[in-house]
Design a protein around this ligand. Sequence first.
Ligand code: HEM
Length: 474
Amino acid sequence: MSRKKTNYYIMLRDKYKLPIYTLRMPGSRIYVVNSPALISVVQRQHKALAFMPLAAKASVKVSQFSKTASEIINTNTNGEDGDWGYVMTFHDAIQPSLAPGTHLDAMNRVMLGLVAQSLNGLKERSHTTVKLFDWVQHQITLATTSSAYGPSNPYKDPSIEAAFRTFKLGMSNLILGLNSTRTASEGMRAMEIGAAAFEKYFIANKHQEGSALVQARYSHSMSHHIPLNDISRSEFSHGIALLSNTVPNTFWMLYHLYSDPELLEQCRKEVSDATTVIDNNEGEPVQTLDMSKVKTSCPVLLSTYKEVLRFYSTSISARLVMEDHMLDNEYLLKKGSTVMMPNPVQHHNSDVWGPDNDSFDPRRFAKPGKRPNPACFRAFGGGTTLCPGRHFATTEILAFTAVMIMQFDIEPARSKWVQPSWNKVEFWEATPSPDEDFGVEIRSVKGRTQGRNWAFVLSDSDKPIELSAEDLAS
Ligand code: HEM
């Protein structure tokens, strides 16, 4: 299991061809679900097969909360005594700030302005030599966190960005409770640095200049009497949700777009067709990209994005069995066991995606004909734990990659593109980073629009695109 990682579940699926099976571990059982129909049943039973008690336990471990906060967070985690308590009300408290509408538009607009500003600035230089993953990580970190936290974003201080990276490296051992290991101790020290910065931020009321998301998270914690130092710890660890998938997915987008000249040309043409030229206040032409148009009239770019999500997702949705439960009137699940639904089992399945399911096909989602079962596309999870940040992340990744390909050429330093491996992915990560980073040279594209600045608009409210079976149903 630890060597093969998520491929282990694909191997067992192909060997035994079972809808669900038991892995007996020392002292506990894991039920692994292969059948998409059973996944839907699991997701509907969200009280008997619960996520929140697992999430509450993990968050207490990684954030190293005080005794007071741990007790508040671990109380009534599954609504045994009614729909109250920190955990039970968390989802509803933050959901409106990330759902399509005014709050999301506002956060998107800040993020799009920052992406445009940073890429327009890059264009001033004749060329830039960087490590690609590291560079993407820095760009996305700044754009994402500034749109979440506003002008006093703590991540503007490079030591906080560095502390977050160290914290992330310690996550696995912190979740496993191996606190005396080197990475966990370094992660705990990094948490102290991050928490101190956020405590200063909240004391100065800087969150009031930030997004509706950060304000909703803060008010929710305050209303449950979480101490300020713990709110700050929670906010620092929230960086995992904000950044840990957007960064690698943007990296894989760039890797596939630039390493495939035909695909790059086709996507450049699509984005060019979605672009208009508008004069700015000084009468200079600005290339303006309407993000709502990108989502409706750039089918190959969009398909490449969905294929990145399909191909690379390593997420495993987990549920705790709260009481002995007869799943679908057929399978007995024992209290205290864990149910696991590994995404790769759905995403790499020839019955759903065809015989080429193990290859990366950027045009897979743009082909005419019958569409694969949407329940088998689970990059953002599903049911009550469906990722609420999916629309924000999608706008950011598409905006960043669209303007990047229009403004820049990227050449690898080692003269040809080589598919990076991603075996170092940790068990909790939903998207892997490349095992090794590599150098690239970024140069402005030559041509008619060379030297022009770019800007984004969001016409109307940001229209969501289908990113889950739930989006199709709504
Ligand atoms: C491409 C980027 C992203 C991917 C692939 C992704 C994926 C996921 C996945 C797989 C889950 C777990 C779902 C489950 O177990 O059923 C999740 C949950 C979550 N995500 Fe994302 N995510 C992304 C970006 C974001 C962003 C930018 C935010 C915040 C603004 C965010 C906030 C959350 C939260 C709060 C949860 C927990 C939901 C809950 O427990 O109710 N995500 N995400």
